[in-house]
Ligand binder design. Structure first.
Ligand code: GLU
Length: 293
C-alpha cells in the first residue's frame, strides 16, 4: 500500500553530476522506497545564467543509469517563474520587500567602512542600506531604469510571521527552534529576487516543496542553516512544514567536499571509465542491492 511519504531530489543543471549527487539522489529515492511512498525529481534551473538544457538531459541520463526512476512530469523551475512572481507579489503587498540598488562592491565598501562584518550563514550580512530609502527615491530610481534586487525586510517579516519560536525537525539533529534574532543576525535582509534571476533558490525551493506535497526533505548538511529561512517563508505563507533529514556531504580523499567547481569526477566520466552503477553505489556507501544493482 502506498504511504504518504513524498521525497524529492532537486539538482541544479549547472554542471554534470558527481558521486555526491548520486548519494543525495540515492538517499531520497531509498527513503521513498522504504516507506512505499513517492519519489520526485525537480530541476532547479532558475539561474538561467548558469543552467543549461543539455545538463538537464544529462541529469536524467545519469540518474536512470544509476537505476533510479521518478514520477512524470518532472517540474522544471524555469517554466514556473509566474508562480514565484505571484509569491513575491504577495510579500510585496504586505510591505515585506524593498528594492535594493546596491552593487556587491558598494555593499563591501559599506561593510568595510563600518569596520566590522557581521558574518551570517551565507557570508557578510547586508547592512540594510536601501531599507532606509524613501518611497519617492525608490520610485525615481526604479523609473530611471536602475537595476535592483528585491530584499526581504527581515525584521518586518519576523513581526508578521506569527508566534515565536518557529520549529522544524531534523532527523539527526532533532528539534530546531528559529527565533527572530537568529534570522536577523544569520541572514539579514536576504535577496529574494534579482535582475538576472527573478526568484531566489530560497523562495523557489520552499514554494515547490509545498506545492509538490513533499513530506520529507532530504538534502546535504550544507543547506541545514537555510532551513531556518525556509521555515520563516513557510510561516509567512501559512505553508505546511515537512520533516527534514540533512545528510553529511561526501568528501574526497583530501577531506574536501566534492564539488563541480573543483572538478570532482563526474558520473559520466566514471561511467566512461567502466565504473558500474553497483560500484558507484558502493563507493558512496549505499547498498547496491537496494537499487537493483
Ligand atoms: N538545487 C539545490 C542544489 O542543487 C538543492 C536544493 C535542495 O535540495 O533543497 O544544491
Amino acid at each position: 500500500m502506498q504511504s504518504d511519504t513524498v521525497t524529492r531530489c532537486a539538482p541544479s543543471p549547472t554542471g554534470y553530476l558527481h558521486a555526491g549527487h548520486a548519494y543525495a539522489a540515492g538517499i531520497a529515492w531509498l527513503r521513498a522506497r522504504q516507506a512505499h511512498g513517492r519519489f520526485l525529481l525537480r530541476i532547479e534551473d532558475i539561474d538561467t545564467t548558469r543552467c543549461r538544457p543539455e545538463l538537464t538531459d544529462a541529469i536524467f541520463e545519469d540518474l536512470a543509469w544509476l537505476g533510479l526512476s521518478w514520477e512524470q512530469p518532472v517540474r522544471r523551475q524555469s517554466q514556473h517563474f509566474a508562480e514565484y512572481a505571484a509569491a513575491l507579489d504577495s510579500l510585496r503587498q504586505r510591505d515585506l520587500l524593498y528594492p535594493c540598488f546596491c552593487t556587491r562592491k558598494q555593499i563591501q565598501a559599506e561593510i568595510n567602512a563600518a569596520g566590522q562584518a557581521p558574518h551570517g550563514f551565507e557570508g557578510a550580512v547586508y547592512p540594510g542600506t536601501c531599507r532606509h530609502l524613501s518611497g519617492a527615491e525608490r520610485e525615481a530610481r526604479m523609473a530611471g531604469g536602475e537595476a535592483y534586487a528585491l530584499r526581504l525586510d527581515m525584521a518586518a517579516a519576523c513581526q508578521q510571521a506569527g508566534r515565536w519560536p518557529l520549529h522544524w525537525h531534523d532527523e539527526t539533529a532533532g528539534a530546531q527552534s528559529v527565533t527572530p534574532d537568529l534570522l536577523i543576525q544569520g541572514f539579514g535582509d536576504v535577496v529574494l529576487a534579482r535582475k538576472e534571476i527573478p526568484a531566489s533558490y530560497h523562495l523557489c525551493v520552499s514554494h515547490d516543496d509545498v506545492l509538490q506535497g513533499i513530506t520529507l526533505v532530504t538534502r546535504g548538511s550544507d543547506l541545514f542553516a537555510a532551513t531556518h529561512l525556509h521555515r520563516l517563508l513557510q510561516a509567512l505563507f501559512g505553508w505546511p512544514v515537512p520533516d527534514y533529514a540533512h545528510h553529511p556531504l561526501l568528501l574526497d580523499d583530501s577531506g574536501e567536499r566534492l564539488a563541480k567547481r573543483k572538478n570532482a569526477p563526474t558520473l559520466r566520466d566514471q561511467r566512461a571509465a567502466g565504473v558500474t552503477p553497483a560500484a558507484l553505489w558502493q563507493q558512496v556507501g549505499l547498498d547496491p542491492a537496494s537499487f537493483g544493482g
